[in-house]
Design a binder for this molecule. Structure first.
Ligand code: AMP
Ligand code: ZN
Length: 124
């Protein structure tokens, strides 16, 4: 299934260009257009779900496919050796802007402390 107006479904269909770095029959990975690190990729399943919680509920096998792709890609590159971060935003407080489930893979440099409220010592 896809959504007509979804930006990442358009990338899957080739209607919007993206610099692909990795793909399988189920998953594609491409450069984030506004990179937050020297290397910043987005991993998505070709089939639309709106966020990671929906994916877990509706298509849990997609999660496995994506993390297998991340593993394969980071092993093929130096990222697994040097280290990388995987992030997924869900909803407004996290700042999700594209509602097609995606996992940010960030690396290529020493990454900053995670999160804008990282000075808070308590975890709720
Ligand atoms: P999020 O804020 O977690 O929903 O992430 C959406 C990400 O998509 C942001 O990091 C954007 O920079 C990125 N983005 C938006 N449009 C494009 C595009 N056309 N190609 C690649 N990345 C995009
Ligand atoms: Zn979509």
């Amino acid at each position: 299934m896809f959504e007509e107006d979804c930006l990442f479904c358009k990338i899957v269909r080739g209607e919007i260009p993206a610099k692909k770095v990795f793909e399988t029959k189920d998953v594609i990975a491409f450069n984030d257009i506004y990179p937050q690190a020297v290397e910043h990729y987005l991993f998505i399943h070709r089939e639309h779900t709106k966020n990671a919680n929906s994916m877990v509920a509706q298509k849990p096998e997609h999660l496995t496919a994506i993390f297998k792709a991340i593993r394969e890609f980071t092993q093929q590159t130096y990222l697994e050796t040097s280290g990388f971060r995987v992030v997924t935003n869900i909803g407004a407080n996290a700042g999700q802007t594209v509602f097609h489930t995606h996992f940010h893979v960030l690396g290529g440099e020493k990454l900053g402390t995670f999160g804008s409220n990282s000075t808070k010592s308590s975890i709720h």
